[in-house]
Design a protein around this ligand. Sequence first.
Ligand code: ATP
Ligand code: PRP
Length: 214
Amino acid sequence: MEGITIALSKGRIFEETLPLLAAAGIVPLENPESSRKLIIPTSRKDARVVVVRATDAPTYVQYGAADVGVAGKDVLIEHGGDGLYQPIDLGIARCRMMVAVPDGFDYENAVRQGARLRVATKYLKIAREHFAAKGVHVDLIKLYGSMELAPLAGLSDAIVDLVSTGNTLKANRLVAVEHIADISARLIVNRAALKLKRGQIAPLLAAISERVAP
Ligand code: ATP
Ligand code: PRP
């Protein structure tokens, strides 16, 4: 496709990327929260935004259906990063990947005793690697959202999920017991597009990096 296509998810990634795109003179002409359109034109004729699920952004960019995109490090680890160049940590959508358990559950002791823990998560790869590195045996249960419910409903002993303010854990009487990784969103670029569309992509990267770390 002519020009550059930028893959963004609705919500925090879209909101927090807006000022960075503006620094490159790119202003989306519609708001994906109110519009049902999935291809949004911008103030620049040679740039458009495609609205994707957060977990799908790396896939669009990997296959070149979008030239650039924004994705959380959590999503990038789970995707694997094939075909993606990740030039800039944008420092947006900051949170932490944590292990959490019901308040009162003695996690340290359960681990010490070598108990086989049931862990519910959307982030199978991150969880698998984390517990393998610690030598802790776990049965992972794949969920697609609302991880905090799993221990309350008796589905699992623990969860691996993102924590920002900690309000969701608190509201569900869970406590974080282990920090796995600090998470923020990165700019991702299709490796072939970087070469073929260098004239458009290089100035975009320059404007964004200047805005991120002036
Ligand atoms: P999908 O809709 O595809 O299931 P999602 O619901 O996780 O994905 P968002 O909630 O928009 O999508 O989150 C996008 C990214 O923002 C996540 O991949 C993560 O990196 C980051 N993020 C998630 N939750 C928070 C939070 N509470 N505070 C800050 N950043 C967060
Ligand atoms: C994420 C994550 C947690 C919550 C943590 O969910 O899966 O449930 O945010 O944020 P907190 O520590 O600030 O409570 P999601 O993106 O679905 O929810 P949100 O948009 O309400 O943050």
